[in-house]
Design a protein around this ligand. Structure first.
Ligand SMILES: N[C@@H](Cc1c[nH]cn1)C(=O)NCC(=O)O
Length: 425
């Protein structure tokens, strides 16, 4: 690892560092709220604007599509122009996207809005992690706790969007548009937080206390391949773990709980939401634990192990759904709490944006691919409430991918994550 000469976040006061976390997390709150704002208005969009299921699906799919390429560019820009500038710039792109989505007269305009929002939002996610790494890298700086808090406040944004029909019932009673205007207001909040962060970051950055960006250095494509072996294990784990957890939890789990385990829609949705709610509290707690013990890879390995175990419990045993839900909840909290701090330890600070960008390019492709493959397997086997065995192929596919992820976590631990590696760094 080659830290910037003179960069020493330890010289930045803890209060300022935690203020940065708070501001970055607030911008993440707005970002995740807007991301999840389509689900609650889906029914209203169908009733009032006549959108089909495919159109509703496209409003979310179009978020990921450009990021199969563009989030890498975003990561490079974060390294080049710095996390603070890029959080603000992407916040403004997200706001433009949210406004387009809320005020467009037709579907095409809304889809363009979601496209713009996706382009800004994923790069903002990278800028947020890079911002926290800037202020917390180095021994005893609690990087995992700080990243855990940032992710947790983002998860509250998603939870708030899910709860918005209850919290903003009057807006929902007026139709599809007011809830999307509220989402745009959340995007304004993101921009204000990003602006304040940009303002307070200028002092320590100019004083050389933070890693400097790489402005002026020419971009060399070959640089992309020059990460160590442990980074590549982390990348494959990231792709497989997020592909399984998001394709299962965000797309198919509710339907699976209904058809295979006999829950009604409300019960299935509630069961699924506990995973999410648990992550709000458990992600920072696990981050704190990792920082305190100074160990990351063993926790990552344990989190990666719980996913195939949970899937096996769901698919192969008659045990209570609570057991699998708790196991998925722990995995969903533990893996992100460790993965991003570990990434910040495995690569040089000035290349963190590029490193995460590359991970998220493949991750976006993996999430999209896993959704398509799982849907195809279910259709092919005729999975339904009357044919619950039709879900077996999907569960086997998710199980195999999650075992692949576990294998990468073991290799990562073996290569760079044992006691003598981690306590040294
Ligand atoms: N690239 C994002 C994808 C994501 C996951 N959940 C919502 N969006 C990512 O990996 N973010 C880190 C995270 O754990 O939220």
């Amino acid at each position: 690892m080659t830290p910037t000469p003179h960069a020493s976040p330890a010289a930045v006061s803890r209060t300022r560092a935690w203020l940065v976390v708070l501001l970055v997390a607030l911008s993440g709150y707005g970002n995740y709220y807007c991301y999840d704002a389509i689900g609650p208005v889906a029914d209203l969009l169908q009733q009032q604007r006549g959108f089909s299921d495919a159109q509703i699906g496209l409003l979310n799919a179009i978020y990921s599509l450009p990021n199969v390429v563009l989030v890498l560019v975003g990561g490079l820009l974060v390294d080049r122009f710095g996390a603070a500038f890029m959080t603000l710039a992407t916040g403004l792109v997200c706001l433009a996207g949210a406004l387009f989505t809320a005020f467009s007269p037709d579907f095409t305009g809304m889809a363009l809005g979601r496209l713009l929002f996706g382009i800004g939002a994923e790069t903002m996610g990278i800028a947020s992690l890079a911002a926290v790494a800037d202020y917390f890298h180095g021994p005893g700086r609690n990087v995992a706790l700080a990243m855990g808090v940032t992710l947790a406040i983002g998860r509250i944004g998603s939870y708030s969007a899910d709860m918005s029909p209850t919290w903003f019932a009057t807006a929902y009673a007026q139709g599809w548009q007011p809830p999307l205007v509220i989402a745009a207001v959340m995007a304004v909040t993101s921009c204000v937080a990003a602006l304040v962060y940009w303002g307070i970051d200028r002092g320590p950055r100019r004083a050389g206390l933070l890693p400097t960006s790489r402005t002026g250095e020419p971009f060399v494509w070959r640089d992309l391949l020059h990460f160590g072996r442990a980074y590549w294990y982390l990348l494959v784990l990231c792709v497989l773990w997020y592909a399984v957890i998001l394709a299962f939890r965000s797309t198919f789990s509710i339907k699976y709980f209904q058809h295979v385990h006999g829950l009604d829609l409300a019960e299935a949705g509630e069961m699924n939401s506990y995973v999410f709610l648990a992550a709000v509290f458990a992600t920072p707690a696990f981050g704190w634990l990792c920082d305190r013990r100074g160990r990351y890879a063993p926790f990552l390995m344990f989190g990666a192990l719980l996913l195939p175990v949970a899937l096996a419990v769901l698919a192969l045993t008659p045990w209570s759904l609570w057991i699998a839900t708790a196991l998925i909840g722990i995995s969903y909290s533990l893996v992100p709490a460790v993965m991003w701090p570990l990434a910040s330890r495995l690569v040089a600070p000035q290349r963190l944006g590029t490193a995460i960008g590359l991970m998220w390019v493949v991750q976006n492709a993996g999430i999209g691919g896993a959704n398509v493959v799982a849907g195809w397997l279910n259709d092919r086997a005729g999975a339904s409430a009357t044919n619950p065995a039709g879900y077996d192929a999907m569960m086997a596919f998710f199980g195999a991918a999650s075992v692949g992820g576990l294998l990468c976590a073991v290799l990562l631990w073996w290569t760079a994550g044992r006691r003598q590696h981690e306590l040294r760094g």
